[in-house]
Design a protein around this ligand. Sequence first.
Ligand code: SAH
Length: 281
Amino acid sequence: MNDSTLSDLPSMDPGWVWLCGAGPGDPGLLTLHALNALRQADVIIYDALVDERILDWARPEAERIYAGKRGGKPSAVQRDISLRLVELARAGKRVLRLKGGDPFVFGRGGEEAQTLVQHDVPIRIIPGITAGIGGLAYAGVPVTHRDVNQSVTFVTGHDQSGQTPSALDWAAIAKGSQVIVVYMGMKHIARIAAQLIAGGRTPDDPVAVVTTATMQTQSVLETTLARAADDIAAAHLSPPAVICIGRAVLMRQALDWQSMLHGAPPRNTDPLDRGRPAESA
Ligand code: SAH
């Protein structure tokens, strides 16, 4: 890529904050707008899940501020981050707020943007690839597949208090959501699975647990709703992970393209037909 690739993209003015998604991990999943922002920013405030290699695309003289918070720390921390952004913008910096995945998907991007606007700081929003879609794609799981689902439900596994979200009607989700993608679900997976089963979901429903999706360390555990919690514990998996529940997970049997990168031959099976060879066209 030469510089002209970026030259038509917007320039970042002093005093602005660009709130930007960095994607789920693999630097190649960054958008051109994000790269363009990295090339201009004076200050970059980034989260725990943003890969070092992405930060290396920043200007060498740019200040980098780590604002990592993992696993439901007090919201005062969030308030501090937002006010820090206001301060930097008022000091005339070009501020890049870089967040994992997409800033508006379980990323508190809306809160930060709102604080900035309330303080008269102008903003630009740059969406990113969210872990619940891009991360599953790297596991060979299409988040929608015509023969499986016409809807997807994204849920968070814990609320602000750190508990399973009590505002969610798990029985309704169990019945009405063909495919469920859980963010931040590792801690409460046993409860979530139990509530879904109690709500009428089949215990055999296929589940994929994708940890550090799109990164070198990505791992994929295939299990079922009833076994998920035990299998996660037995495999000693830890966050970050996206958990996909539903028959879309079966597609991985045919679409696990990462294994092909490591030399596995393509598998001509029809996963929705429980692994029988597909009829040739
Ligand atoms: N805004 C982010 C989500 C932030 S919430 C996005 O759009 O992706 C943090 C949760 O996102 C993690 O607990 C995990 O569930 C998920 N997540 C983010 N990056 C991930 C990754 N590389 N692999 C697996 N899960 C990830």
